[in-house]
Design a binder for this molecule. Structure first.
Ligand SMILES: Nc1ncnc2c1ncn2[C@@H]1O[C@H](COP(=O)(O)OP(=O)(O)OP(=O)(O)O)[C@@H](O)[C@H]1O
Ligand SMILES: [Mg+2]
Length: 234
């Protein structure tokens, strides 16, 4: 469904991603692991056409995204829950959620999608008129994922959605992400917590300094030296 082949990028002439290849099949939940500065967000930005490719091809449903603008990527069904959530703090929860469905003019469809979001996060329903900037971190995370789902994506890219949350909330988010996938949305989950991500992903990739150093299914990743050393021990 979404394929990166030999993707390289740079920031101001400095190479960042080098020869990154990944493949996400329809219905899959794939995780992209790596420590701070490894290039995870850069990978997401290249998929969204926010930064130019130096080399390589990114394709979605068989079509190259090379000439596409970011809004065309989103219209094609690739939605994102960005790093740091990026809500509009002065807008209400409801307004923030509706931003995610901006291209849908049918009100009935919009309220259907809202209901689906409330099923995932019942707590949001009680806070629709609250300003997003006054929500707790966990609630803001819920709005961010909810907003991503309001676009009815074919694939949802989540950039560290549970960063900074308490262990109990992280657990809840992981379950919800699994549920979104079970209900039919393909997912690319960017995480630093390998254990948590691999508890729900069918396969994954590990980025280090802009390169994929390990890839494989859950058990292959668990057994790999990189994961063992960097993430699971100590
Ligand atoms: N606009 C930019 N200009 C120059 N360098 C950048 C830019 N954006 C990112 N970088 C650099 O590229 C590298 C990869 O950044 P990226 O945001 O992709 O990392 P990440 O894996 O998402 O890390 P984190 O887990 O901390 O979010 C970092 O060294 C970062 O400083
Ligand atoms: Mg990042």
């Amino acid at each position: 469904m979404l394929k990166l082949e030999g993707v390289s990028t740079e920031y101001g002439g400095v190479p960042m991603l080098r020869n990154v290849s990944m493949e996400i099949e329809r219905g899959e939940l794939v995780c992209l692991l790596g420590s701070n500065g490894a290039g995870k967000t850069t990978t997401m930005k290249s998929i969204l056409r926010l930064i130019p490719l130096v080399e390589g091809v990114i394709s979605f449903e068989g079509k190259s995204l090379k000439e596409w603008k970011t809004h065309q990527v989103v219209d094609a069904g690739i939605n994102v829950v960005p790093e740091g959530r990026r809500l509009f703090p002065q807008m209400t929860v409801l307004e923030n959620l509706k931003v995610g469905a901006f291209s849908e003019i049918n009100e009935e469809e919009v309220s259907k999608r809202l209901d689906a979001v409330f099923k995932l996060f019942p707590r949001l329903k009680e806070r629709l008129q609250q300003l997003a900037g006054t929500l707790s971190g966990g609630e803001q995370g819920m709005v961010a994922i909810g907003r991503g789902m309001m676009g009815k994506p074919k694939i949802l890219l989540l950039d560290e959605p549970s960063l900074g949350l308490s262990p109990i909330l992280v657990e809840e988010f992981i379950k919800t992400i699994k549920r979104i996938n079970d209900e039919g949305t393909t997912i690319l989950l960017i995480e630093q917590n390998a254990k948590k991500a691999l508890s729900i992903a069918s396969k994954g990739y590990v980025l280090q300094k802009g390169e994929i150093v390990v890839k494989g299914n859950r058990s292959e990743l668990f057994q790999s030296d990189v994961i063992q050393k960097a993430y699971l021990r100590g």
